[in-house]
Design a protein. Structure first.
Length: 202
């Protein structure tokens, strides 16, 4: 059902992109910005539009359980696309999306979104003291949770996404990071909720 729906949406976007994109607009297109050759530009541009359906045309998802990917670490984005395609990370819609990218397109897509500015989004400033596990998490996610080579940016992600991701690691539903599974299983639901609220307020 999901695969059929996304296949239909993707097919329609390919056609619309091909019809609507002017021939002289290559330098302004997302595909050109991602370094894709003009011969595959329109199809790749349509694939990026599919990403925007869930992740937001301006980088802010309407569904708070969907993560922000604009400005996210490039190596992290590329790994997630790989993990979705191979089944190491399970989510049907993303598995289908990842399967439409060639290896070079996946790298171009990761680079394209990583170069976007992290979108501003409403977040209540936290006044609570940092939870006890903050220091452990910052070892990989960096001070203020801005991310780096070892791990993705978390500051600015929604509470809903963070707490659900933590739960999925703890319950063994997400298995593409052994370290995260071990850490989340060591935390109680209340501790995970406190962490999610603190980080989402940064």
């Amino acid at each position: 059902m999901i695969n059929n729906r996304f296949s239909t949406v993707f097919g329609a976007l390919v056609v619309l992109t091909a019809l609507a994109a002017p021939a002289n607009a290559a330098e302004r297109s997302p595909a050109a910005a991602a370094g894709v050759a003009p011969t595959g530009e329109r199809e790749f541009g349509a694939k990026l539009l599919v990403c925007s359906i869930c992740h937001g045309a301006r980088g802010v998802p309407q569904n708070p359980t969907v993560p922000v990917i604009w400005g996210q670490q490039e190596n992290y984005l590329l790994k997630q696309l790989h993990d979705f395609e191979t089944g190491d990370r399970a989510f049907e819609a993303m598995a289908w999306v990842a399967s439409t990218f060639s290896q070079s397109e996946a790298a171009s897509a990761a680079s394209y979104f990583a170069k976007k500015g992290w979108p501003a989004r409403p977040a209540a400033a936290t006044t609570a003291a940092p939870p006890a596990m903050v220091a452990v998490c910052q070892a990989c996610h960096q001070p203020n949770f801005v991310g780096g080579l070892p791990a993705p940016r978390l500051a600015g992600q929604s509470y809903e996404y963070l707490v659900e991701t933590m739960r999925r690691y703890a319950d063994g539903e997400r298995t593409n990071s052994t370290d995260m599974t071990n850490i989340m299983q060591a935390l109680s639901p209340a501790e995970r909720e406190a962490m999610a609220r603190y980080i989402s307020g940064l």
